[in-house]
Write a protein that binds this ligand. Structure first.
Ligand SMILES: [Zn+2]
Length: 227
C-alpha cells in the first residue's frame, strides 16, 4: 500500500484534505488552543480551519499560563474567549461594543482576537480550569440558533450546543467582524445564519463536503479512533 504523504497537509494522499480548503481573509485573528490529544485526530477540523484562514494560530497545550506563544498573543491582542462558561455573554451588538470600548481610553488600542478551545468538553474544561489567564478573559458564546446548528456528523456529539471547532469559529468570527466593523455600517449587512455566514460560508460549504468525505471512510476503516 502506498504511504505517500501529501506535501501540503501531511496526510496520506487518500485522506488529503486540500480540496476542502477555502481561502478566507479573516479580519479578526483566531487563536486555537488545542489539547494534545486532538493533534493526531484524523477527523479534527482544526487542520482544515487553520489552512483556510489567513490569520490563524494553533497553540498545543493544556496549561496555557506557561505557553510562550499564548502569553505573546495576550500582549499583542485583546483576546475574547469563545467558551460557554458561567460568565459567558451571548454574542450581540451590545456585548461587542462593551468589549471594544473597554480600552478606548488607552492610546494603544489592541485589535480583538478570538480564542477557542479545541478538545472534547471534558478536556476543554480541564484546559480552562488549569489556565488562570484563560479564566480572566471575557467570555462569549454563540446565540442558540447558531450553537445548535452543527453539521458535525463524524464524532459522537453527546450534547446539544456542540459544534465542531471549525463551525463555532466561523460563526463567532462572522458575528464579531460584522458588529466590530462599525465604520462602514453596511446597509446590506445580513444577519449571520447557518446558511449565510458572510465570508466564512465557502468554508462551511466545503466543510459539509469534508464531512461526507470522512464518512465515506467509515465502513472500510474502523480503526480510526473516537475520543
Ligand atoms: Zn493535502
Amino acid at each position: 500500500m502506498s504511504r505517500t504523504l501529501c506535501l501540503c497537509c501531511q496526510r496520506h494522499q487518500k485522506a488529503c484534505i486540500c480540496s476542502f480548503i477555502a481561502d478566507i481573509a479573516n479580519d479578526i485573528h483566531l487563536v486555537v488552543l488545542q489539547h494534545p490529544s486532538e493533534v493526531s485526530q484524523t477527523k479534527g477540523t482544526v487542520a482544515l480551519l487553520a489552512k483556510s484562514l489567513q490569520s490563524c494560530q494553533v497553540v498545543v497545550g493544556e496549561d496555557f499560563d506557561k505557553e510562550a506563544p499564548f502569553l505573546q498573543m495576550m500582549q499583542q491582542y485583546q483576546p475574547v474567549l469563545l467558551y460557554p462558561g458561567d460568565k459567558a455573554q451571548t454574542l450581540n451588538q451590545n456585548v461587542v461594543r462593551q468589549l471594544t470600548s473597554r480600552d478606548i481610553t488607552k492610546l494603544d488600542v489592541k485589535p480583538l482576537c478570538l480564542v477557542i478551545l479545541d478538545g472534547t468538553w471534558k478536556k476543554a474544561y480541564r484546559m480552562f480550569m488549569l489556565s488562570t489567564k484563560l479564566q480572566q478573559l471575557p467570555q462569549v458564546c454563540l446565540p442558540e440558533y447558531l450553537a445548535n446548528s452543527g453539521q458535525y456528523l463524524i464524532r459522537k456529539v453527546a450534547k446539544k450546543n456542540a459544534l465542531s471547532s471549525l463551525e463555532a469559529s466561523c460563526y463567532a468570527l462572522a458575528m464579531l467582524e460584522q458588529i466590530y466593523d462599525t465604520t462602514e455600517q453596511r446597509a446590506d449587512a445580513q444577519p449571520i445564519t447557518p446558511e449565510h455566514a458572510g465570508i466564512y460560508q465557502p468554508l462551511l460549504d466545503k466543510f459539509q463536503q469534508f464531512n461526507q468525505f470522512q464518512l465515506s471512510f467509515r465502513p472500510v476503516n474502523k480503526s480510526l479512533k473516537e475520543t
